[in-house]
Design a protein around this ligand. Structure first.
Ligand SMILES: Cc1cc2nc3c(=O)[nH]c(=O)nc-3n(C[C@H](O)[C@H](O)[C@H](O)COP(=O)(O)O)c2cc1C
Ligand SMILES: [Fe+2]
Ligand SMILES: [Fe+2]
Length: 405
């Protein structure tokens, strides 16, 4: 893409990544892609804020060189050392001999262990300022959004906050970079929600603390290092991040919907799930069904985070819970999606079961309440299918009740 002037002398010089299939080697971006938004401020001192993944180095340098000669770069601000933003640093040091690296004390330590970089570093702390000429940068310490060293950078004259991972999303840019110029903003919001649930959700309390701290800072533009730049309505993405954090902590009411996770070897549990789904539909509650074998956990986490209801249906396999379901639930335990929830469970078995017993341990560690559990042998009878529908309807009524304002 061409570079974009955000404000006089302040440029987006980012790149799209369509080559990486799994963000962090974990989360699919095969269709969506991702952007690494680097920013350049041209002033008496030339500054870049955040870089890109090593893979994108050449393209990134071409972007920067459209605006400045790389040896004329004075500062690189490192908001975050994760290699999706820092991978290009070793190459930068080779072509920009005058650059000083700027970050927190922890950033300095990490640069040593990631890249063996020990000098050309200036440590900054919370509230420190860096005058550039017309522009001044101010640093805001925001630890654990996403790693312990993380900070944000605030440009004081235009009131632009460079937030790195915070307020970011998956999804390569498709021509437009601003919230007010894209026609598919809802795509980026959906991808921001998935990104939040995958990457940031474990650090929900740190996100809330950072947002509280930013309350005192007048912000006209939110410029993250992934996804859209929010200049028309920066409040929108701040509000969404706050809401997702609150969903994770049960501090605000989640949406009136149900996420049903289903796994099935021979179709018995899936068949039963369809009758449960009819019961949910009878009550007019929205439902998304995920086959845990087919849909990557990345997409499931996003829905589970936002919807109040969660139903789990899985058979017994060799005395334990159907393994692909155990895998998804493991991720929910890890992300501490343990805020107040009531879960409905069902599953088929062939002789003495065991799947639901395993599930007991998982739901107990999540501290979720159990609405009810329906187990059946082999294929469900007509009577059991009727019970499945009533079970779905009763659970849907509970979800309506729990989300009534
Ligand atoms: C590989 C395999 C292992 C199984 N292990 C057990 C078991 O340990 N205990 C049990 O009660 N049933 C076991 N079953 C029986 C299934 O739980 C039963 O067939 C159930 O109806 C499968 O539901 P599904 O059609 O939704 O996959 C096993 C079935 C398969 C195919
Ligand atoms: Fe990160
Ligand atoms: Fe990142």
């Amino acid at each position: 893409m061409n570079t974009v002037e955000i404000k006089p002398g302040i440029y987006w010089v980012g790149v799209n990544d369509h080559q990486t299939d799994y963000f962090e080697g974990l989360w699919p971006i095969i269709e969506e892609g991702v952007s690494y938004n680097a920013y350049l401020i041209k002033d008496e001192k030339n500054v870049i804020i955040d870089l890109a993944k090593e893979l994108s180095t050449e393209e990134l340098f071409k972007q920067i060189q459209k605006k400045i000669h790389l040896p004329d770069l004075d500062y690189l601000i490192i908001n975050h050392v994760e290699p999706d933003h820092s991978g290009a640093i070793p190459a930068l040091l080779r072509v920009a001999p005058n650059v000083t690296l700027v970050g927190t004390q922890k950033t300095q330590n990490m640069l040593k262990c990631f890249y063996g970089i020990e000098n050309r570093f200036q440590v900054v702390g919370d509230g420190d300022e860096l005058p550039l000429g017309k522009h001044t940068l101010k640093f805001v310490s925001t630890p654990n959004v996403h790693w312990p060293e993380t900070m944000m950078t605030y440009e004081t004259s235009e009131q632009i906050l460079f937030t790195c991972d915070a307020f970011g999303s998956y999804g390569a840019l498709q021509g437009g970079i601003f919230d007010d110029e894209v026609l598919n903003k809802s795509f980026y919001i959906q991808e921001a929600q998935r990104y939040y649930s995958n990457i940031v959700s474990l650090f929900k309390k740190a996100v809330i603390n950072a947002i509280k701290k930013l309350d005192q800072v007048p912000v006209k533009i939110i410029a993250p290092s992934h996804g859209l730049v929010w200049r028309k309505n920066p409040e929108e993405i701040i509000h969404l991040y706050k809401q997702w954090s609150e969903y994770c902590l049960s501090k605000s009411v989640r949406q009136t919907g149900i996420t049903m996770l289903v796994g099935s070897m021979y179709g018995n549990t899936m068949n039963f799930a369809e009758s449960v789904a009819q019961g949910v539909a009878d009550e007019g509650v929205s439902l998304k069904i995920f086959d845990v074998l087919k849909t990557h956990t990345s997409y499931i986490l996003s829905e589970v985070m936002a919807q109040e209801g969660i139903m789990i249906g899985a058979p017994t396999y060799e005395g334990i819970l159907y393994p692909p379901m155990a895998h998804v639930l493991d991720e929910l335990v890890h992300k501490r999606f343990s805020a107040e929830r009531t879960v409905a469970r069902f599953g088929s078995y062939g002789w003495n079961g065991g799947g639901i017993r395993r599930l007991d341990a998982i739901t107990a560690s999540l501290r979720w309440e159990i609405f009810d559990t329906l187990e059946f042998c082999g294929g469900a009878s007509a009577d059991e299918m009727g019970k499945a529908r009533a079970f779905g309807a009763a659970y849907a009524r509970l979800i309506k009740e729990k989300t009534r304002n």
